[in-house]
Design a protein around this ligand. Structure first.
Ligand code: AMP
Length: 353
């Protein structure tokens, strides 16, 4: 399969902030982007070369979109399987349909991770609300369509579990042991079409109400743990024959790194790479899916990335005056919990704060 040359078009399914930052990175490399989103005011539409506003089950629109692109990728992992099939019938899609199938289902994903000999929280599937032995504390999670803590409930006994299961409308779930971690970290790495791997320094991540608040590099991981995190990401990427950027979310406990989740896409905890690395995660993903050599992921600065959530961007003048590299996603309406932008402070700036 040939590389997509400058002037070629990368199709992106999904038009949120990740699609927007992918489109901006592609433009820098002289590549065009075509965004496909059902939302009329998708943030990525504002910066892409071409756009299709249609539903993910609109076969004709998907076929026309695919025909207009050299390769297709996505910015969110819940792309419906039928959509993937329509695209993949006519254009190369990276990461692959098989990767999406594994990462869309928490039980499949954790089973896959465990099959590679990697550690996870103890887990098992739950198909009914009764007769389940619940070690306290545990977390019940829907197998599919969960994000930012949605479809998750902490449970301490069988009664809690039955109640949570009903509140998820009896959707298939997994029950996970609650991990008493020291902190959370993530590994962001790219794998090229040729199998080359470029891994970033793993950031430490702080969540609030299940939403990422802050990423910090360097993290508190030791050099040995960072090496282990990179090896974990490589093992996962190689096993999936992965092409593109992937994120592996990790729980760091006293004696191990546990894999919490694989995100088959660029990741919020990697936004600091735009300012602090030679090649950002967004450029790296575009390079990978276009079949270009990967860029150098070396980090030249320490960085802190803060998400701007809900009304936090209402006072945009203060943010603009506050120093730091400000990114606003062009969303017209702020809502509680909605990611509206982020700001990255490099080391000299963080020292001054
Ligand atoms: P997830 O949607 O699986 O990425 O979970 C979102 C967040 O919930 C994680 O980043 C953790 O802060 C927390 N969390 C999820 N699963 C567990 C677990 N098994 N033990 C402790 N905390 C968890």
């Amino acid at each position: 399969m040939n590389a997509v040359p400058p002037g070629g078009t990368i199709g992106i399914l999904g038009g949120g902030q990740l699609g927007r930052m992918l489109a901006l990175a592609a433009a820098r490399l002289g590549l065009k982007t075509h965004i496909y989103s059902p939302e009329t005011d998708a943030p990525a539409f504002q910066v892409s070369t071409a756009l299709t506003c249609a539903a993910f089950d609109d076969k004709a629109a998907l076929e026309n979109f695919a025909a207009a692109c050299d390769v297709v990728t996505f910015e969110f992992e819940n792309v419906p399987a039928r959509t993937v099939d329509i695209i993949a019938a006519s254009r190369p899609m990276f990461p692959s349909a098989a990767t999406l199938a594994v990462t869309q289902d928490r039980f499949e994903e954790k089973s896959f991770v465990a099959s590679l000999g990697l550690k996870t929280a103890p887990f098992r599937k739950v198909d009914g609300g009764k007769d389940v032995d619940v070690p306290a504390p545990s977390i019940l999670k829907t197998r599919r369509f969960g994000y930012d803590g949605k479809g998750q409930a902490k449970v301490a006994n069988a009664t809690d579990l039955a109640r949570a299961f009903e509140s998820f409308r009896r959707a298939p779930c997994i029950l996970e042991g609650f991990v008493d971690f020291e902190f959370e970290a993530s590994m962001i790495a790219a794998r090229g079409r040729d199998g080359a791997i470029a891994a970033y320094d793993p950031p430490e991540n702080i969540h609030q109400d299940h939403i990422l608040r802050r990423s910090i590099v360097p993290s508190r991981l030791t050099e040995a743990q960072s090496g282990e995190a990179k090896a974990i990401a490589k093992k996962i990427a190689d096993a999936l024959d992965y092409v593109g950027v992937l994120a592996v979310e990790l729980f760091v406990t006293k004696d191990a790194l546990l894999v919490n989740e694989i995100a088959p896409r660029v990741h919020n905890s990697g936004h600091w790479t735009i300012e602090a690395c030679l090649t950002s995660q967004f450029e790296q993903h575009i390079r990978a899916v276009a079949g270009w050599p990967l860029g150098d992921p070396a980090r030249h600065s320490d960085a802190v990335m803060d998400n701007l959530i809900g009304a936090e961007t209402d006072d945009w003048r203060a943010l603009a005056a506050g120093g730091g590299a400000l990114h606003l996603y062009g969303k017209s309406e702020s809502r509680p919990g909605r990611k509206m932008g982020h700001v990255t402070y490099l080391k000299a700036m963080t020292a001054a704060r």
